[in-house]
Design a protein around this ligand. Structure first.
Ligand code: GDG
Length: 458
């Protein structure tokens, strides 16, 4: 295989285990091909010039890491303004939370041009380039504009909304046209792929020239769904290590007389946290047998805290949890344990295993890896139940979970009750089916199938 070049907003050192499944999976191919990983260094330079940035290139074993600094103005426009202020909310169907400013769009384009210029200087003619996520949609078009002819693939980690929602983005035509500079565009789900097909046919009068192959603007792009997975073996190995076992034992001991429910999310408005907490309150209201028993452990790891919408949701959650604990709690039982902190990754499998039910109820999610981690961490003899939003990408695969509409608080409460009462035989049957899928479509399958398709597309 040619040398792999991965480009993403941020990068991780593939030698470090804390890097997570994606970095490990990409890292393997990067190592094998003596590859290059290119991205923003995470450093913001106060008085730097717009559209410029220092590049730091260093070796991590056989992998070259190239990290680019950004100046304050570029960072504000590209990252905060456009990627997180426009694309993140709109791609999660939240037109109400998008803030449009023309300066942000030009900053987004400027940084993509900067990435293209700096990356181009490091490329070899037969490199295979894989670009990741919504921060870098126009990168291939910018690379093509300066003469790059390499094969380039793109994977969108978040959902792609329907045409009518995309069309609300000022300059959506420019943004979506940029996808035609790629040879292969990957989405998380078949639903996202359908949205893409519908958009390009309706807005760009694209012709279908093969299976999921679209022609417009003198280019042909191959699109396909590649649902991302986790590194199951690695996560299960982590589950057998000391920290996870200790966490499992201590949690089980502390809650020996309780039924534990768990939620683990980045604190983000797409994750449906207020709706989840309200559904839990309704569970206590409507099914009083759960009082003094059911305990929800909600981990909300801090994320993008400088953005107003995130501060708002944090306050809403704190006040909801406080009210429920005040109304229902007793001196020996608190219904909700809300943790606004990042838990060490080594502890996660133990925590998942100690819980009877996982609540994975985003309003919209590209895939949702927590759902897959929960399944992978369960004891096959006595597995917990996954309650999963039908609006998570994972719901297309994990049909044996209990699927809910997170906007329907009452329906969700009823399903949580069903999960808490499920017989051992039904839990086992569902878990066997779920685990088989999580194992088959793991992160290595995802990486391999995307790259194989990219190598053979053109
Ligand atoms: C994007 C898309 C898509 C969470 N809290 C803690 C913690 N986590 C870990 C989880 C999981 C990861 O973060 C979250 O992954 P998700 O898939 O749920 O969501 P996003 O971060 O929004 O990721 C998403 C994904 O990209 C991959 O394509 O599935 O749809 O939005 O691994 O375990 N990890 C630790 N402590 C925490 O407190 N250590």
């Amino acid at each position: 295989m040619s040398r792999l070049v991965v480009v993403s907003n941020r990068l991780a050192d593939p030698r470090k285990s804390a890097a997570g499944g994606l970095a490990v999976a990409l890292g393997e191919t990067l190592k094998r091909t003596g590859g290059l990983w290119f991205g923003w260094s995470g450093k913001v330079v106060e008085n730097g010039a717009a559209g410029e940035g220092e590049l730091h290139v260093h070796q991590a074993g056989s992998v070259t890491l190239a990290e680019l600094d950004l100046c304050q103005e570029d960072h504000d426009a590209y990252y905060r303004g456009y990627a997180n202020g426009v694309l993140w909310p709109i791609f999660h169907y939240r037109l109400d939370l998008a803030h449009f400013e023309s300066g942000h769009l030009s900053g987004y384009r400027r940084v993509n041009q900067l990435f293209a210029r700096k990356l181009k200087a490091l490329l070899k003619p037969d490199d295979l380039i894989w670009i990741h996520d919504y921060h870098l949609i126009p990168l291939a078009a910018e690379l093509r504009a300066i003469g790059c002819e390499n094969r380039i693939g793109f994977f969108l980690h978040i959902p792609l909304p329907p045409q009518q929602i995309l069309a609300a983005i000022p300059s959506h035509e420019w943004l979506m046209r940029a996808l035609f500079a790629y040879d292969l565009v990957g989405f998380q789900t078949e639903a996202d792929l359908l949205h893409f097909a519908h958009y390009v046919k309706a807005e760009a009068t694209a012709e279908t020239v093969g299976a999921n192959q679209f022609r417009a603007f003198n280019s042909t792009v191959q699109a396909e769904a590649f649902p991302i997975g986790i590194d199951v073996d690695d996560f299960q190995r982590l589950g057998r290590a000391r920290e996870a076992l200790e966490t499992f034992e201590s949690t089980r001991k502390e809650y020996s007389r309780r039924r534990l429910l768990i939620g683990v999310d980045r604190l983000d408005y797409s994750k449906g946290l207020p709706q989840r907490i309200k559904a839990f309150r309704e569970l206590l209201q409507r099914y009083p047998e759960n009082r003094h028993s059911a305990t929800l452990l909600q981990v909300a790891s801090p994320s993008r805290e400088d953005v107003d919408a995130y501060a708002d949701i944090q306050h809403e959650l704190e006040s909801l949890c406080g009210a429920i604990n005040g109304d229902y709690g007793d001196f020996d039982w608190m219904p909700i344990r809300y943790i606004h902190r990042t838990i060490a990754r080594k502890r996660l499998p133990g925590l998942y295993r100690a819980c009877a039910v996982a609540l994975v109820t985003p309003l919209r999610d590209g895939m949702n890896l927590v759902a897959k981690e929960f399944v992978a961490a369960q004891d096959e003899e006595d597995p917990g139940v996954l309650v999963l939003s039908r609006f998570a990408g994972a719901a297309e695969q994990l049909r044996e979970a209990l699927l809910v509409n997170p906007y329907d608080i009452s329906g969700t409460a009823q399903t949580i009750q069903q999960a808490l009462q499920m017989s051992l035989a039904e839990r086992q049957e569902r878990h066997v089916a779920l685990l088989a899928k999580v194992k088959e479509f793991d992160v290595h399958w995802w990486c391999k199938s995307f790259l194989q398709k990219l190598e053979h597309t053109r």
